[in-house]
Ligand binder design. Structure first.
Ligand SMILES: Nc1ncnc2c1ncn2[C@@H]1O[C@H](COP(=O)(O)OP(=O)(O)OP(=O)(O)O)[C@@H](O)[C@H]1O
Length: 468
Protein backbone atom coordinates (compact mmCIF):
# COMPACT_ATOMS: atom_id res chain seq x y z
CA UNK A 1 0.00 0.00 0.00
CA UNK A 2 1.35 3.46 -0.88
CA UNK A 3 2.61 5.53 2.00
CA UNK A 4 0.75 8.79 2.46
CA UNK A 5 2.43 12.12 3.03
CA UNK A 6 0.89 15.48 3.77
CA UNK A 7 2.90 18.40 2.46
CA UNK A 8 2.05 21.81 3.91
CA UNK A 9 4.02 24.35 1.87
CA UNK A 10 2.99 27.67 0.43
CA UNK A 11 5.83 28.01 -2.03
CA UNK A 12 4.36 26.36 -5.11
CA UNK A 13 7.72 25.68 -6.76
CA UNK A 14 9.20 24.00 -3.69
CA UNK A 15 5.98 22.07 -3.13
CA UNK A 16 6.08 20.76 -6.70
CA UNK A 17 9.67 19.58 -6.45
CA UNK A 18 9.10 17.83 -3.11
CA UNK A 19 5.88 16.22 -4.31
CA UNK A 20 7.57 14.82 -7.41
CA UNK A 21 10.48 13.46 -5.38
CA UNK A 22 8.15 11.83 -2.83
CA UNK A 23 5.98 10.33 -5.55
CA UNK A 24 9.12 8.74 -7.01
CA UNK A 25 9.47 6.99 -3.66
CA UNK A 26 5.92 5.64 -3.94
CA UNK A 27 4.30 8.18 -1.67
CA UNK A 28 0.81 9.40 -2.25
CA UNK A 29 1.11 13.13 -1.52
CA UNK A 30 -1.65 15.53 -0.45
CA UNK A 31 -0.70 19.16 -0.66
CA UNK A 32 -1.99 22.32 0.92
CA UNK A 33 -0.68 25.80 1.68
CA UNK A 34 -2.51 26.89 4.81
CA UNK A 35 -3.16 25.73 8.36
CA UNK A 36 -6.93 25.55 8.00
CA UNK A 37 -6.61 23.24 5.02
CA UNK A 38 -3.97 21.18 6.81
CA UNK A 39 -6.30 20.60 9.74
CA UNK A 40 -9.14 19.61 7.45
CA UNK A 41 -6.95 17.06 5.63
CA UNK A 42 -5.59 15.70 8.91
CA UNK A 43 -9.10 15.18 10.23
CA UNK A 44 -10.14 13.33 7.10
CA UNK A 45 -7.08 11.14 6.41
CA UNK A 46 -4.33 9.08 8.01
CA UNK A 47 -0.81 10.14 7.04
CA UNK A 48 2.46 8.31 7.51
CA UNK A 49 4.38 11.56 7.61
CA UNK A 50 3.69 15.29 7.46
CA UNK A 51 6.14 17.78 6.03
CA UNK A 52 5.41 21.37 6.91
CA UNK A 53 6.77 24.81 6.26
CA UNK A 54 6.82 27.28 9.17
CA UNK A 55 5.38 30.47 7.72
CA UNK A 56 2.15 29.59 5.99
CA UNK A 57 -0.40 31.72 4.23
CA UNK A 58 -2.63 31.91 7.29
CA UNK A 59 -0.11 31.91 10.10
CA UNK A 60 2.75 30.26 11.91
CA UNK A 61 2.78 26.53 11.22
CA UNK A 62 4.80 25.65 14.31
CA UNK A 63 2.54 27.36 16.82
CA UNK A 64 -0.28 24.88 16.27
CA UNK A 65 1.92 21.80 15.88
CA UNK A 66 1.48 20.90 19.54
CA UNK A 67 -2.19 20.26 18.87
CA UNK A 68 -1.41 18.29 15.73
CA UNK A 69 0.98 16.10 17.70
CA UNK A 70 -1.59 15.52 20.36
CA UNK A 71 -4.24 14.51 17.86
CA UNK A 72 -1.85 12.37 15.78
CA UNK A 73 0.88 11.24 18.18
CA UNK A 74 2.25 8.52 15.92
CA UNK A 75 2.62 10.69 12.81
CA UNK A 76 6.20 11.91 12.33
CA UNK A 77 6.49 15.57 11.41
CA UNK A 78 9.26 17.09 9.35
CA UNK A 79 9.67 20.84 9.54
CA UNK A 80 11.00 22.91 6.66
CA UNK A 81 11.92 26.48 7.28
CA UNK A 82 13.37 29.44 5.50
CA UNK A 83 13.71 31.38 8.75
CA UNK A 84 16.98 29.89 9.80
CA UNK A 85 16.97 31.27 13.28
CA UNK A 86 17.99 29.03 16.09
CA UNK A 87 14.69 29.96 17.61
CA UNK A 88 12.90 28.17 14.80
CA UNK A 89 15.19 25.19 15.17
CA UNK A 90 14.48 25.12 18.89
CA UNK A 91 10.74 25.51 18.46
CA UNK A 92 10.84 22.76 15.87
CA UNK A 93 12.68 20.45 18.24
CA UNK A 94 10.33 21.44 21.09
CA UNK A 95 7.39 20.15 19.11
CA UNK A 96 9.15 16.82 19.00
CA UNK A 97 9.39 17.04 15.22
CA UNK A 98 11.08 14.11 13.61
CA UNK A 99 13.50 16.32 11.66
CA UNK A 100 14.16 19.96 11.01
CA UNK A 101 15.29 21.04 7.56
CA UNK A 102 16.48 24.59 7.10
CA UNK A 103 16.01 25.90 3.57
CA UNK A 104 17.69 25.56 1.19
CA UNK A 105 17.81 21.84 1.86
CA UNK A 106 19.19 18.85 0.09
CA UNK A 107 16.21 17.21 -1.61
CA UNK A 108 17.68 13.68 -1.45
CA UNK A 109 18.26 14.05 2.27
CA UNK A 110 14.74 15.31 2.78
CA UNK A 111 13.22 12.41 0.88
CA UNK A 112 15.41 9.96 2.78
CA UNK A 113 14.22 11.49 6.06
CA UNK A 114 10.58 11.28 4.94
CA UNK A 115 10.98 7.57 4.05
CA UNK A 116 12.68 6.87 7.36
CA UNK A 117 10.01 8.79 9.23
CA UNK A 118 7.17 6.96 7.50
CA UNK A 119 8.86 3.59 8.13
CA UNK A 120 9.50 4.39 11.76
CA UNK A 121 5.90 5.44 12.31
CA UNK A 122 4.61 2.10 13.47
CA UNK A 123 7.75 0.85 15.16
CA UNK A 124 8.83 3.88 17.14
CA UNK A 125 5.61 4.59 19.03
CA UNK A 126 5.88 7.85 20.90
CA UNK A 127 9.45 8.65 21.67
CA UNK A 128 9.30 11.53 24.08
CA UNK A 129 11.72 14.35 23.51
CA UNK A 130 13.16 15.83 26.61
CA UNK A 131 11.31 19.13 26.79
CA UNK A 132 14.38 20.82 28.30
CA UNK A 133 14.44 24.49 29.03
CA UNK A 134 14.78 25.69 25.47
CA UNK A 135 18.06 27.18 24.39
CA UNK A 136 18.77 30.67 25.49
CA UNK A 137 20.57 31.86 22.36
CA UNK A 138 19.20 35.33 21.95
CA UNK A 139 19.65 37.64 18.98
CA UNK A 140 18.09 37.95 15.56
CA UNK A 141 20.69 40.14 13.92
CA UNK A 142 21.97 39.14 10.52
CA UNK A 143 25.34 37.93 11.86
CA UNK A 144 23.56 35.71 14.41
CA UNK A 145 21.28 34.33 11.73
CA UNK A 146 24.40 33.30 9.85
CA UNK A 147 25.53 31.54 13.02
CA UNK A 148 22.17 29.76 13.36
CA UNK A 149 22.35 28.66 9.77
CA UNK A 150 25.75 27.14 10.43
CA UNK A 151 24.44 25.45 13.57
CA UNK A 152 21.55 23.86 11.75
CA UNK A 153 24.00 22.49 9.17
CA UNK A 154 25.92 20.48 11.73
CA UNK A 155 22.96 19.09 13.67
CA UNK A 156 22.45 15.94 11.66
CA UNK A 157 26.08 14.95 11.34
CA UNK A 158 29.09 14.48 13.58
CA UNK A 159 31.42 16.89 11.82
CA UNK A 160 34.02 18.56 13.98
CA UNK A 161 33.21 22.18 14.63
CA UNK A 162 35.63 24.98 15.45
CA UNK A 163 33.97 27.98 17.08
CA UNK A 164 35.92 31.20 16.77
CA UNK A 165 35.19 34.48 18.45
CA UNK A 166 36.23 36.95 21.09
CA UNK A 167 35.88 36.12 24.73
CA UNK A 168 32.30 36.26 25.98
CA UNK A 169 30.63 36.04 22.56
CA UNK A 170 28.77 32.85 23.47
CA UNK A 171 31.04 30.12 22.10
CA UNK A 172 30.23 27.67 24.85
CA UNK A 173 26.52 28.35 24.49
CA UNK A 174 26.72 27.60 20.77
CA UNK A 175 28.54 24.35 21.51
CA UNK A 176 25.79 23.38 23.95
CA UNK A 177 23.15 24.28 21.38
CA UNK A 178 24.76 22.02 18.78
CA UNK A 179 24.83 19.20 21.30
CA UNK A 180 21.30 19.65 22.58
CA UNK A 181 19.73 20.06 19.18
CA UNK A 182 21.74 17.33 17.50
CA UNK A 183 21.46 13.58 17.40
CA UNK A 184 23.71 13.19 20.44
CA UNK A 185 21.49 15.10 22.82
CA UNK A 186 20.79 12.07 24.95
CA UNK A 187 24.55 11.57 25.45
CA UNK A 188 26.77 13.62 27.75
CA UNK A 189 28.06 17.12 27.00
CA UNK A 190 31.48 17.48 28.57
CA UNK A 191 33.27 20.84 28.51
CA UNK A 192 36.98 21.22 29.19
CA UNK A 193 38.75 24.51 29.44
CA UNK A 194 42.18 23.49 28.30
CA UNK A 195 43.67 26.82 29.41
CA UNK A 196 42.56 26.28 33.00
CA UNK A 197 44.31 22.94 33.49
CA UNK A 198 47.94 22.92 34.66
CA UNK A 199 50.20 21.82 31.80
CA UNK A 200 51.36 18.69 33.53
CA UNK A 201 47.80 17.49 34.16
CA UNK A 202 46.27 18.15 30.78
CA UNK A 203 46.86 14.71 29.31
CA UNK A 204 45.50 12.94 32.33
CA UNK A 205 42.48 15.27 32.32
CA UNK A 206 41.73 14.52 28.69
CA UNK A 207 42.65 10.85 28.49
CA UNK A 208 42.54 9.74 32.11
CA UNK A 209 45.22 7.82 33.98
CA UNK A 210 45.76 4.46 35.58
CA UNK A 211 46.45 4.06 39.26
CA UNK A 212 50.15 4.67 39.93
CA UNK A 213 50.75 6.32 36.54
CA UNK A 214 52.56 9.14 38.30
CA UNK A 215 53.16 10.39 41.84
CA UNK A 216 49.80 11.24 43.29
CA UNK A 217 47.82 9.00 40.94
CA UNK A 218 46.29 7.03 43.77
CA UNK A 219 43.35 5.76 41.78
CA UNK A 220 42.32 5.27 38.19
CA UNK A 221 40.89 8.42 36.67
CA UNK A 222 38.53 8.47 33.71
CA UNK A 223 39.40 11.33 31.38
CA UNK A 224 37.10 13.75 29.61
CA UNK A 225 37.21 11.80 26.34
CA UNK A 226 35.83 8.72 28.02
CA UNK A 227 33.33 10.75 30.05
CA UNK A 228 32.02 12.22 26.82
CA UNK A 229 31.64 8.84 25.14
CA UNK A 230 28.44 8.77 23.10
CA UNK A 231 28.11 12.54 23.42
CA UNK A 232 30.03 15.73 22.74
CA UNK A 233 33.39 16.91 24.00
CA UNK A 234 33.77 20.68 24.03
CA UNK A 235 37.43 21.73 24.04
CA UNK A 236 37.50 25.38 25.02
CA UNK A 237 40.52 27.67 24.62
CA UNK A 238 42.11 25.19 22.27
CA UNK A 239 44.69 27.82 21.27
CA UNK A 240 46.19 27.61 24.75
CA UNK A 241 46.90 23.92 24.64
CA UNK A 242 50.52 22.92 25.25
CA UNK A 243 52.42 21.31 22.37
CA UNK A 244 52.59 17.77 23.79
CA UNK A 245 48.89 17.73 24.50
CA UNK A 246 48.21 18.96 20.96
CA UNK A 247 50.10 15.97 19.61
CA UNK A 248 48.19 13.51 21.81
CA UNK A 249 44.91 15.15 20.91
CA UNK A 250 45.67 14.89 17.21
CA UNK A 251 46.51 11.23 17.58
CA UNK A 252 43.25 10.58 19.41
CA UNK A 253 41.26 12.40 16.74
CA UNK A 254 42.98 10.56 13.92
CA UNK A 255 42.60 7.10 15.41
CA UNK A 256 39.33 7.48 17.30
CA UNK A 257 41.10 5.77 20.20
CA UNK A 258 42.74 6.97 23.40
CA UNK A 259 45.12 5.52 25.91
CA UNK A 260 44.99 6.46 29.58
CA UNK A 261 48.25 7.85 30.96
CA UNK A 262 50.18 4.88 32.30
CA UNK A 263 47.85 2.46 30.57
CA UNK A 264 48.67 0.07 27.77
CA UNK A 265 45.21 -0.54 26.42
CA UNK A 266 43.77 1.46 23.56
CA UNK A 267 40.15 2.46 24.13
CA UNK A 268 37.81 3.23 21.25
CA UNK A 269 35.89 6.45 21.74
CA UNK A 270 32.81 7.81 20.08
CA UNK A 271 32.70 11.56 20.69
CA UNK A 272 31.78 14.58 18.67
CA UNK A 273 34.44 17.23 19.03
CA UNK A 274 33.60 20.91 19.22
CA UNK A 275 36.59 23.15 19.82
CA UNK A 276 36.69 26.87 20.50
CA UNK A 277 39.22 29.61 20.81
CA UNK A 278 39.40 33.37 21.06
CA UNK A 279 42.87 33.30 19.56
CA UNK A 280 43.79 33.85 15.97
CA UNK A 281 45.25 30.41 15.22
CA UNK A 282 46.81 31.18 11.86
CA UNK A 283 49.67 33.35 13.15
CA UNK A 284 50.21 30.75 15.86
CA UNK A 285 50.58 28.11 13.17
CA UNK A 286 53.05 30.33 11.36
CA UNK A 287 54.98 30.79 14.61
CA UNK A 288 54.95 27.05 15.26
CA UNK A 289 52.97 27.23 18.51
CA UNK A 290 49.86 25.55 17.14
CA UNK A 291 50.04 22.40 15.05
CA UNK A 292 48.85 22.95 11.52
CA UNK A 293 47.62 19.35 11.14
CA UNK A 294 45.57 19.69 14.32
CA UNK A 295 44.11 22.93 13.01
CA UNK A 296 42.89 21.20 9.86
CA UNK A 297 41.46 18.33 11.91
CA UNK A 298 39.45 20.75 14.03
CA UNK A 299 38.56 23.33 11.44
CA UNK A 300 36.15 21.10 9.50
CA UNK A 301 33.19 23.43 10.03
CA UNK A 302 34.27 26.83 11.36
CA UNK A 303 31.63 28.97 13.04
CA UNK A 304 32.64 32.57 13.57
CA UNK A 305 30.82 34.30 16.40
CA UNK A 306 30.55 38.03 15.81
CA UNK A 307 31.46 40.43 18.64
CA UNK A 308 28.53 42.27 20.17
CA UNK A 309 29.62 45.57 18.59
CA UNK A 310 28.85 44.07 15.18
CA UNK A 311 25.30 43.17 16.22
CA UNK A 312 24.19 46.13 18.25
CA UNK A 313 20.57 45.25 17.46
CA UNK A 314 20.90 42.22 19.73
CA UNK A 315 21.82 44.27 22.80
CA UNK A 316 18.31 45.19 23.83
CA UNK A 317 16.79 41.69 23.60
CA UNK A 318 19.85 40.31 25.36
CA UNK A 319 19.57 42.91 28.13
CA UNK A 320 15.91 42.03 28.73
CA UNK A 321 16.74 38.33 28.61
CA UNK A 322 19.39 38.77 31.31
CA UNK A 323 16.94 40.63 33.55
CA UNK A 324 14.59 37.65 33.32
CA UNK A 325 17.47 35.29 33.95
CA UNK A 326 18.58 37.35 36.96
CA UNK A 327 15.06 37.06 38.38
CA UNK A 328 15.07 33.31 37.84
CA UNK A 329 18.33 33.17 39.78
CA UNK A 330 16.79 34.93 42.75
CA UNK A 331 17.54 38.62 42.04
CA UNK A 332 14.67 41.12 42.03
CA UNK A 333 12.61 41.16 38.87
CA UNK A 334 13.32 44.41 37.03
CA UNK A 335 12.13 45.94 33.79
CA UNK A 336 14.10 48.15 31.46
CA UNK A 337 12.76 51.54 30.44
CA UNK A 338 12.90 52.32 26.71
CA UNK A 339 15.40 55.13 27.32
CA UNK A 340 17.61 52.80 29.37
CA UNK A 341 17.43 50.21 26.60
CA UNK A 342 18.48 52.87 24.06
CA UNK A 343 21.43 53.86 26.18
CA UNK A 344 22.56 50.26 26.60
CA UNK A 345 22.25 49.64 22.89
CA UNK A 346 24.81 52.37 22.21
CA UNK A 347 27.52 50.98 24.51
CA UNK A 348 30.54 49.22 23.07
CA UNK A 349 30.51 46.17 25.49
CA UNK A 350 34.12 45.27 25.12
CA UNK A 351 33.61 42.06 27.05
CA UNK A 352 30.77 41.14 24.72
CA UNK A 353 27.69 39.26 25.91
CA UNK A 354 29.36 38.26 29.18
CA UNK A 355 30.02 41.90 30.08
CA UNK A 356 26.44 42.84 29.22
CA UNK A 357 25.13 39.93 31.29
CA UNK A 358 27.18 40.97 34.32
CA UNK A 359 26.03 44.54 33.90
CA UNK A 360 22.36 43.54 33.79
CA UNK A 361 22.68 41.32 36.84
CA UNK A 362 24.31 44.19 38.69
CA UNK A 363 21.63 46.59 37.51
CA UNK A 364 18.92 44.18 38.72
CA UNK A 365 20.55 44.00 42.10
CA UNK A 366 21.26 47.69 42.54
CA UNK A 367 18.20 49.36 41.04
CA UNK A 368 15.79 50.52 43.71
CA UNK A 369 12.94 50.89 41.29
CA UNK A 370 11.09 48.15 39.53
CA UNK A 371 11.95 49.82 36.27
CA UNK A 372 15.60 50.43 35.52
CA UNK A 373 15.76 53.89 34.02
CA UNK A 374 18.38 55.64 31.92
CA UNK A 375 19.79 57.53 34.94
CA UNK A 376 20.53 54.29 36.75
CA UNK A 377 22.16 52.81 33.68
CA UNK A 378 24.21 55.96 33.26
CA UNK A 379 25.31 55.93 36.88
CA UNK A 380 26.30 52.29 36.66
CA UNK A 381 28.13 52.83 33.39
CA UNK A 382 30.05 55.77 34.69
CA UNK A 383 31.16 53.96 37.76
CA UNK A 384 34.82 53.09 37.45
CA UNK A 385 34.22 50.30 39.93
CA UNK A 386 31.79 48.72 37.54
CA UNK A 387 34.25 48.74 34.72
CA UNK A 388 36.71 46.77 36.78
CA UNK A 389 34.12 44.82 38.66
CA UNK A 390 34.33 41.11 38.82
CA UNK A 391 31.59 38.94 37.42
CA UNK A 392 28.57 39.26 39.63
CA UNK A 393 27.96 35.62 40.27
CA UNK A 394 28.50 34.97 43.96
CA UNK A 395 30.32 38.20 44.61
CA UNK A 396 28.08 40.43 46.61
CA UNK A 397 30.99 42.41 48.08
CA UNK A 398 32.15 43.43 44.61
CA UNK A 399 28.66 44.60 43.77
CA UNK A 400 28.29 46.59 46.96
CA UNK A 401 31.71 48.11 46.36
CA UNK A 402 30.53 48.99 42.86
CA UNK A 403 27.44 50.61 44.27
CA UNK A 404 29.41 52.55 46.85
CA UNK A 405 31.77 53.69 44.14
CA UNK A 406 28.92 54.96 42.02
CA UNK A 407 28.91 58.62 41.19
CA UNK A 408 26.08 60.86 42.28
CA UNK A 409 25.12 59.45 45.68
CA UNK A 410 23.52 62.00 47.97
CA UNK A 411 25.68 62.84 51.01
CA UNK A 412 24.76 62.37 54.62
CA UNK A 413 22.64 59.24 54.55
CA UNK A 414 24.98 56.66 53.16
CA UNK A 415 24.68 54.20 56.04
CA UNK A 416 20.90 53.87 55.83
CA UNK A 417 20.90 53.92 52.09
CA UNK A 418 23.51 51.20 51.93
CA UNK A 419 21.51 49.06 54.33
CA UNK A 420 18.36 49.61 52.31
CA UNK A 421 20.19 48.74 49.12
CA UNK A 422 21.22 45.47 50.66
CA UNK A 423 17.99 44.81 52.52
CA UNK A 424 15.75 45.17 49.51
CA UNK A 425 17.39 42.53 47.30
CA UNK A 426 17.77 40.22 50.29
CA UNK A 427 14.03 40.46 51.01
CA UNK A 428 13.18 40.15 47.36
CA UNK A 429 15.46 37.16 47.04
CA UNK A 430 13.77 35.45 49.98
CA UNK A 431 10.32 36.22 48.60
CA UNK A 432 11.29 34.99 45.17
CA UNK A 433 12.62 31.74 46.63
CA UNK A 434 9.45 31.17 48.65
CA UNK A 435 7.01 32.30 45.95
CA UNK A 436 5.89 35.22 48.12
CA UNK A 437 5.14 33.14 51.22
CA UNK A 438 5.98 35.58 54.03
CA UNK A 439 6.12 32.95 56.74
CA UNK A 440 8.64 30.85 54.82
CA UNK A 441 10.55 33.96 53.70
CA UNK A 442 10.86 35.08 57.34
CA UNK A 443 12.11 31.62 58.29
CA UNK A 444 14.64 31.71 55.47
CA UNK A 445 15.81 35.15 56.56
CA UNK A 446 15.85 34.15 60.21
CA UNK A 447 13.78 37.17 61.27
CA UNK A 448 10.40 37.60 62.86
CA UNK A 449 7.45 37.45 60.49
CA UNK A 450 6.06 40.73 61.80
CA UNK A 451 9.40 42.46 61.35
CA UNK A 452 9.46 41.25 57.77
CA UNK A 453 5.90 42.46 57.15
CA UNK A 454 6.71 45.87 58.61
CA UNK A 455 9.92 46.31 56.59
CA UNK A 456 8.21 45.18 53.40
CA UNK A 457 5.64 47.90 53.96
CA UNK A 458 8.31 50.52 54.62
CA UNK A 459 10.31 49.49 51.57
CA UNK A 460 7.12 49.29 49.52
CA UNK A 461 7.82 45.75 48.43
CA UNK A 462 4.67 43.95 47.40
CA UNK A 463 5.00 40.24 48.30
CA UNK A 464 2.12 39.40 45.96
CA UNK A 465 4.44 40.15 43.06
CA UNK A 466 6.42 37.02 43.90
CA UNK A 467 3.43 34.72 44.13
CA UNK A 468 3.17 31.90 41.65
N1 LIG B 1 23.36 34.85 22.21
C1 LIG B 1 23.30 34.72 23.54
N2 LIG B 1 22.11 34.69 24.15
C2 LIG B 1 22.03 34.58 25.49
N3 LIG B 1 23.08 34.49 26.30
C3 LIG B 1 24.30 34.53 25.76
C4 LIG B 1 24.48 34.63 24.35
N4 LIG B 1 25.79 34.64 24.09
C5 LIG B 1 26.41 34.53 25.27
N5 LIG B 1 25.53 34.45 26.29
C6 LIG B 1 25.86 34.37 27.72
O1 LIG B 1 27.03 35.15 27.93
C7 LIG B 1 27.93 34.51 28.79
C8 LIG B 1 29.24 34.24 28.06
O2 LIG B 1 29.04 33.27 27.05
P1 LIG B 1 30.05 32.05 26.81
O3 LIG B 1 30.63 31.57 28.09
O4 LIG B 1 29.36 31.05 25.94
O5 LIG B 1 31.17 32.83 26.00
P2 LIG B 1 32.53 32.30 25.38
O6 LIG B 1 32.65 32.91 24.04
O7 LIG B 1 32.57 30.79 25.48
O8 LIG B 1 33.59 32.96 26.33
P3 LIG B 1 35.15 32.54 26.57
O9 LIG B 1 35.87 32.72 25.27
O10 LIG B 1 35.59 33.52 27.60
O11 LIG B 1 35.13 31.12 27.05
C9 LIG B 1 27.25 33.25 29.25
O12 LIG B 1 26.58 33.54 30.46
C10 LIG B 1 26.26 32.97 28.17
O13 LIG B 1 25.14 32.27 28.69
Amino acid sequence: MARRALLVEDDAAIAMVITAALEDEAFHVDRCDRISERDRLLAANEYDVMLTDVMLLDGDGIETLGEVREAHPAMPIIILSAQNTLDTAVRASDTGAFEYFPKPFDLDELVRAACQAADSRSSSGQEEDDPGEGLPLIGRSQPMQDVYRMITRVLRNDLTVLILGESGTGKELVAEAIHQLGARKSGPFVAVNTAAIPRELIESELFGHEKGAFTGATARNIGKFEQANGGTLFLDEIGDMPAEAQTRLLRALQSGRIRRVGGDQEIAIDVRIIAATNRDLEPMIAAGTFREDLFYRLNVVPIQLPPLRERMGDIEPLARHFLRRAAREGLPLRRLSPAAADLLARQPWRGNVRELRNFMFRAALLSREEEIDAATVEALLSSAAVENAMPVDGNIEAMIAAWLGMAGLPDGDLYHQALAVLERPVFEFALARTAGNQLRAAQLLGINRNTLRKRLGELEIDPERFGE
